[in-house]
Structure formats: structure tokens, C-alpha cells
Design a protein around this ligand. Structure first.
Ligand code: GLA
Length: 391
């Protein structure tokens, strides 16, 4: 077993707020919900979406904070004579207003997907040239969240295109969260605050721990490394989005799923479940419903956690919380169980600070080990702790 690590890292607490961060009071904590894409891709229809809304309530996800039910690509049909988008009549025969009403009747919020280009990534019709008409339809249907993609946008300027839809949504008078999805290609963290409330920071997530795919999709650890340094740009109403969750889709072990969920929570990432929540196993449900982990994701301070130690296979991540405590993730990227240690100074406390430590997956209180925080995560697993100062 490798030797425990000692850390000496300067911690700067609190994210600097860039100018122009107005978010209309929307998404002051990272959005939580469910999106159809990762599991269903184009095999989405109104029954799948109603079942997801039902399951969000029945599974306890709604009570735990999950809110948005989002239909991704492939709901679109044709435009009518007035240029209005008509949903695919086979997949969504009842129409989007009825579906939004159903979702709202469960006390949840409804989301849709479109694209800033002429076509979506799955070659359905996009919103280019129809921004105001589409925004008006969304408002009439009762849409609360729009994921706006970036396929087929050759020659378009991202800031202009997202600004156009942002203004069109605002003009309707309905508060709609705008989820910017241009995969980090134009560094949206430098311009998108005030236009949308979250922005994808990377290419598409893949249901695997550390794989990469030639066309740009990637596993959990690749995404983690890409978003690690973006923490100064996040805050209430302006979130880096490392893409939707793959927990429960079969490609990750339970340990990897736990690590994925823990790290996304610590990154103040949107927590959008991407699995079939109507049929998920109790083990998957227990991951998505860990309220102590969700609580630190939803902490009102809204600081994205950061890596404070990188030992190659052993990493320490830390997120400051509004009550003065710190969330800590001890991540084991190696192939064997290993002890990972960090000192109180390494997470911004005085060495003499008395602390209470809660292990958020073991769900028990633990103590310092020889004056340090210590955990022994298994391969591709984490130990996640909440470290709270006590007088
Ligand atoms: C892009 C997005 C995905 C998904 C698909 C739909 O790849 O990044 O999240 O919305 O399009 O076609």
C-alpha cells in the first residue's frame, strides 16, 4: 500500500464573481432533474417522460430536490404554416402543453431541447431563424428550462446565437433556465454568465470511467480533469456543466457511480439524472438520493469545489460550504485500495481547529487519524466527508 500523503497547498476560499452575472434569480443553486438523452437517446416519447415524472415523485427524488424533467433531442416534428414547431406526432401525440401540464401537476418543472443551428445534433429541426417564435411556443406550453445545443452552426457566433435565444426567452416574460450546450468550444465560462445559467464545459459524457471516444465523447475522469480549473467562473446562477449523470446506465461499477456522483456534487455541477429512473435498482437509487451529498451540491454559497492535491492516483478535492464546513472527496484513481490523508491546513483550517467529521457514504461520524483526515477508498472509489469546525 502506498505511503500516506502529506499536503502543503495554499487554499484560496471563495470564487471571484465575474462581471455581468445576472441570472434573473434563476438556478441560484445547481439545477437538479432528469434528462432523457443519456439513456433513451432518440427513443423518447411522452410515455417515457410521464413515467420519469411519476418516478421522480415515487422514488423520493423530488423530495430530495430533483425538479426538472427535460426532454432532449428528437421531440421535434415539422413547422406549421406560421413557422411554429409542431412536436413529432407519433412520439408526442398529446402535444407539449399537455406534457408540461402533467409534469407541473406533479409539482415538477418541464424542460425542452433545441439547437442554435438549422438542425439539431440528431438532425431534427433547430431554432435558427425561428428564435422568437420558438421561445413564444415554449412559454405557451409552460417550458421552464431550455437546453440549447450547437450542432449545424457553421459561421455562427456562439455569444450572439445564445444571446439571441436568451433575449427571446426573456421577452416572453416566463422565467426559463437557459442551459448552454456548445461543449466548451468557445470557453463559455468567459462570456455566458448573464446569458444562460449553466454551460456545458466539455464534449459529451460517455458511460465509462476513463474511456475516450474519437468523436469527442469521454469518460468521467477526462471530464473531471477538463473542469478542474474552471472553479473561479462558477457561482449562483452561473454553473459549469460537466454533462449529465451516467449513474445507473450500466457502464460504471457502483464504486465508480458513487465517485461520479460525489465529484459532480462537489463541482457544484447540475445534477441531471440520465438513467431510467422508473426501473432503477435500489443501489442506484441510494446513490442518486444521498441527501447529505446533495446538500453540499445545493449549498447556497455556490462555490465549485477544486482539487487541492494531485498525487497521480490519489487526489483530494475540497468545496467550502456556507456554514464554514468543508466537503472533502478523497479520490482513488488507482487499481488498489489506498489510504489518502490530508491535514486540516490543507482544507483551509488552522492545524489546531477542533472538527466534527461525517463520512457521507458510510453515513457515520468519524474522527481524525493521528491529527489528519484519512480515508481508504477502494479502486475507482471515493471517501466523501463533511468536515465541520466545532468550538
Ligand atoms: C449533443 C449534446 C448531447 C445531446 C445530443 C442530442 O451531442 O451534447 O447532450 O443533447 O446532442 O442529439
Amino acid at each position: 500500500m502506498p505511503k500516506p500523503v502529506a499536503l502543503a497547498v495554499a487554499i484560496v476560499l471563495g470564487a471571484a464573481a465575474p462581471p455581468g452575472t445576472a441570472s434573473d434569480g434563476l438556478a441560484l443553486t445547481p439545477p437538479m432533474g432528469w434528462n432523457s438523452w443519456n439513456k433513451f437517446h432518440c427513443e423518447v416519447n411522452e410515455k417515457v417522460v410521464r413515467d420519469a415524472a411519476d418516478a421522480m415523485v415515487a422514488s423520493g427524488m423530488k423530495d430530495a430536490g430533483y425538479q426538472y424533467v427535460v426532454v432532449d433531442d428528437c421531440w421535434q416534428g415539422e413547422r406549421d404554416a406560421a413557422g411554429r414547431m409542431v412536436p413529432d406526432k407519433e412520439r408526442f401525440p398529446s402535444g407539449m402543453k399537455a406534457l408540461a401540464d402533467y409534469v407541473h401537476s406533479k409539482g415538477l418543472r418541464f424542460g425542452l431541447y433545441s439547437d442554435a443551428g438549422e438542425f439539431t445534433c440528431a438532425s431534427r429541426l433547430g431554432s435558427k431563424g425561428h428564435e422568437a417564435t420558438d421561445a413564444k411556443s415554449y412559454a405557451e406550453w409552460g417550458v421552464d428550462y431550455l437546453k440549447y445545443d450547437w450542432c449545424h452552426t457553421e459561421g455562427q457566433d456562439a455569444r450572439d446565437s445564445y444571446g439571441l435565444m436568451s433575449r427571446a426567452l426573456r421577452a416572453t416574460g416566463r422565467p426559463v433556465v437557459l442551459s448552454i450546450c456548445e461543449w466548451g468550444s468557445t470557453k463559455p465560462w468567459t462570456w455566458a454568465a448573464g446569458i444562460g445559467q449553466l454551460w456545458r464545459a466539455t464534449g459529451d459524457i460517455q458511460d465509462c470511467w476513463d474511456c475516450g471516444r474519437e468523436w469527442g465523447g469521454m469518460g468521467i475522469t477526462h471530464i473531471l480533469d477538463l473542469v478542474a480549473d474552471l472553479h473561479p467562473h462558477a457561482g449562483p446562477g452561473r454553473w459549469n456543466d460537466p454533462d449529465m449523470l451516467e449513474v445507473g446506465n450500466g457502464g460504471l461499477t457502483l464504486a465508480e457511480s458513487r465517485a461520479h456522483f460525489s465529484l459532480w456534487a462537489l463541482l457544484a455541477a447540475p445534477l441531471m439524472a440520465g438513467n431510467d429512473i422508473a426501473t432503477m435498482t435500489p443501489e442506484v437509487r441510494d446513490i442518486l438520493l444521498n441527501r447529505e451529498v446533495i446538500a453540499l451540491n445545493q449549498d447556497p454559497l455556490g462555490v465549485q469545489g477544486r482539487r487541492v492535491f494531485d498525487g497521480g492516483h490519489n487526489e483530494v478535492w475540497m468545496k467550502p460550504l456556507s456554514d464554514g464546513s468543508r466537503a472533502v472527496v478523497l479520490l482513488n484513481r488507482g487499481t488498489d485500495t489506498m489510504a489518502i490523508r490530508c491535514r486540516l491546513e490543507d482544507i483551509g483550517f488552522a492545524a489546531t481547529q477542533k472538527v466534527a467529521i461525517r463520512d457521507l457514504w458510510a453515513k457515520k461520524d468519524v474522527a481524525l487519524e493521528n491529527g489528519a483526515i484519512e480515508g481508504k477508498p477502494k479502486s475507482h472509489d471515493v471517501v466523501m466527508l463533511r468536515v465541520t469546525p466545532v468550538d
